[in-house]
Design a protein around this ligand. Sequence first.
Ligand SMILES: [Fe+2]
Ligand SMILES: [Fe+2]
Length: 259
Amino acid sequence: MRILFIGDIVAKPGRTAVKEVLPALKKEENIDLVFANAENLAHGRGATVETLNEMKSVGVDYFTGGDHLFWHKGFEDQVEELPLIRPANYPESTPGEGYALLETKSGEKILLINLQGRTSFGGTQNLLDDPFRKADEIIEKHSGIENLITIIDMHAEATSEKMALALYLDGRITAFLGTHTHVPTCDAHVLPQGTMYVTDIGMTGNIDSVLGVKKDIIISLFLTAQNQKFEWEDTGRTAFRSVIVDTTKNTIYRADKDM
Ligand SMILES: [Fe+2]
Ligand SMILES: [Fe+2]
């Protein structure tokens, strides 16, 4: 089975890139299933039902989240019915689920798990459960399912935390894919025990910006040490960043398009 995973889709430029690239890429690469990180989907922060539907209509099957997912008020009340998971190591009372057990038309079972890092993350990092033990718990819970394909979206800042967790889970999961930094890494490879790995898929969005935000705002933040109101860049070049995981051949490679 061939799975395409799109990194953080940021605001309208990101959604436009998905609409332009995904339908043809799915055909060219014989993709069976498409996942995408949706934490920045609507206006750069959070997701909405409308923007998720927009991405579904061009071929995304299921979505993962991250620290910005619940930015839009009221979204938390809708999350249960959507094809979307949020990090599993959030407090138990958080709306939504941290993993999803999916089944394709041909009967293949896929366990999609979302986790969030706690190293150099700031914000609510101290409120999260340990992603290592949470991963153990979810994997153990599904250990009776034969030929299960397990894919983790590890939404984290620190490369060390991603690598350590991936090597800790090596051989127990199919693929470990990083998101959140918005910067793609060129280290897609297979770990010693067979788990496919990339530190960060990277952002699908505007690249004439600082991680999607208008550059002058972030430059000013660094020059003045004063927080600024964020605005997302909507002019300039965009890039589509994704990886393809082939679970039959056990290969992983980047599928990027600069536009
Ligand atoms: Fe993001
Ligand atoms: Fe994030």
